[in-house]
Design a protein around this ligand. Structure first.
Ligand SMILES: [Zn+2]
Length: 278
């Protein structure tokens, strides 16, 4: 895309209750898009993206990581041992040591779990040479330990990096490096950020959990996790309008099948995905 090279790195697949992923949408509708297993679970990819600008190698999201106990891993159908993200990245043909920037769209465990690795002792940076970026509002929220969603946050994924000064907490929209921006898109959480990369007149946008699957392009389809459903709809209209207008390549946080998609307007559902060949 322009001077940037963008690759999807799928850091594994976990299974979660389909009803939760589609919130108020009845199963009679969502099951036409994604089939559930006998426990009503559907597969979610940990989609991470590598943006190579020529000057920087930026990793967006770091997957589920190694902090879950064996029972929790089994519940979501993950293999007993986590494959380190650096190993997965190397298997895709990229040098993990070249990563100099890591961006988390938000701090739910399934987006930043691979930020750090447990080594039998304290959690250490998985990418020691990188600067990490996340939203300060999201970090503050994680530490409120709300009954509603504290289970989604694991401090070992980010606190050691904040303490060491390796993670920068951004207060608002910011340009991380020339052409790559983090932009607030409230709804799923108050301070979730989408990541926008622009080069040579082309735009890539990682929509994160604003649109976890292509099926969630319908503005009213969202997960039951979303804390501010009305704002999810507003944010979606804003970002998907821009994506359709600008012919962007977009990416979804958890879609197992579609790594890149163009957003097109659709008279029935508002927006639809057109797969981008990779
Ligand atoms: Zn999330």
């Amino acid at each position: 895309m322009g001077d940037f090279e963008i690759s999807c790195i799928q850091a594994g697949v976990y299974w979660w209750d389909g009803g939760v992923i589609f919130g108020v949408v009845p199963k009679t509708l969502w099951s036409r898009k994604i089939a559930a297993d006998s426990l009503n679970r559907i597969p979610l990819a940990f989609n991470c993206y590598l943006i190579r600008t020529g000057e920087h190698t930026i990793l967006v999201e770091t997957g589920g990581g190694d902090k879950m106990d064996p029972r929790a891993r089994e519940r979501v159908n993950l293999p007993p041992e986590d494959e380190p993200l650096a190993t997965v990245i190397a298997a895709h043909g990229f040098d993990p040591e070249s990563i100099d920037i890591v961006i988390n769209s938000h701090l739910h465990w399934d987006h930043c779990g691979g930020n750090t690795v447990l080594t039998g002792g304290p959690a250490l940076a998985a990418f020691p040479g990188a600067r990490y970026f996340a939203s300060r509002g999201e970090w503050d929220h994680a530490h409120k330990r709300l009954l509603r969603d504290s289970v989604s946050y694991i401090d070992a994924n980010y606190d050691p990096l904040v303490e060491s000064g390796q993670m920068t907490l951004v207060d608002e929209d910011c340009e991380v490096v020339p052409g790559v921006r983090m932009c607030r898109a409230p709804g799923h959480t108050r301070d979730m950020m989408v990541v926008v990369a622009q080069s040579g007149g082309r735009t890539f946008c990682f929509l994160s959990d604003l649109v976890p699957f292509a099926a969630h392009l319908k503005p009213t389809w969202m997960t039951a996790f979303d804390l501010y459903p009305l704002e999810t709809i507003e944010s979606k209209m804003h970002w998907l309008d821009a994506a359709a207008e600008g012919n962007w390549a977009c990416a979804f946080a958890h879609d197992v099948e579609i790594p890149f998609a163009r957003i097109v307007r659709d008279s029935k559902t508002h927006f639809a995905a057109e797969r981008v060949a990779t």
